[in-house]
Write a protein that binds this ligand. Sequence first.
Ligand code: SF4
Length: 323
Amino acid sequence: MNPLLETANVFRTFQIGTGFLKPKRPLHAVNGVSLRLTKGEVLGLVGESGCGKSTLARMLLGLLPPSSGDILIGGESITALDRRATARRVQPIFQDPYSSLNPRKSIGEIIQLPLKVHRVGDPSAWPGKVREMMDMVGLPSRYVGNFPSQLSGGQRQRVAIARALIMRPEVVICDEPTSALDVSVQSQILNLLLDLQRELGLTYLLISHNLAVVEHMAHRVAVMYLGRIVEEAETDQLFRDPQHPYTRALLASVLTPEPGLGVPDAHLGATFPNPIDPPPGCTFHPRCPQAMPACRTIAPKPLATATGHVECHLYDTELRRAS
Ligand code: SF4
């Protein structure tokens, strides 16, 4: 099936200052990522803070151009679309419903805003669309004139979801959609997102630190480490038989029940490396319990697995035979 959203060998590099009078150095936040999302699919994207997930999300939203490579929506390059055209097709739902809603606007105004900005349809029909959307996300229409400060965290995230979906985007980037919420309402919001995805045939990129959330929602999972997708597989396969040592460490870690704490202790020994100064060879080698001599000098290439790919020398029979 043709992908709805595709990244083709996408790179994003930032020039970072490292000190007074010192030359800037490149930071390769996204380092050759190729992903495909088909219509109606939920792709989970996991990895520690600083691995490049948010930079990738910003590029998919058209907020940041790739340094090289291409991003295609329905076969069209995102660079050929203006910001508004991209926003009509790809919408975000962010982590923090407290800061992503304008406190001075009423709930009705907030949900209606995308229709106004993009001048979609007849303005006299907008209030009806807002009420329909509120109903769809489980917000009583009596809240239409209320302000964000009068709602609970879960209700605010419902407002953010209604605002993201009112234009009926094809792709939704869900960036840690529940990690700022109380545990008691997290599952309600996740189930709402799943119901809407099925009902409206939406395609989600679900970015989350929480592997339990990803296992519950995603059809496929991509594991990101220092700007690369080091493993990608169907969800069942990845959780049943993880191939990459980093994926195994993530799955073995004790998942935190606390929202917003991320991947807690992945039992990896050495800390996450400085992305400005990544280790040579396999960038995971200083933390990898199965590192071999070749891992220190040779970067692994993507190798096909049963349902996706892995980047690890353990599965490179040619390299292992030669060493
Ligand atoms: Fe570990 Fe080597 Fe595989 Fe990298 S390539 S994950 S260091 S075994």
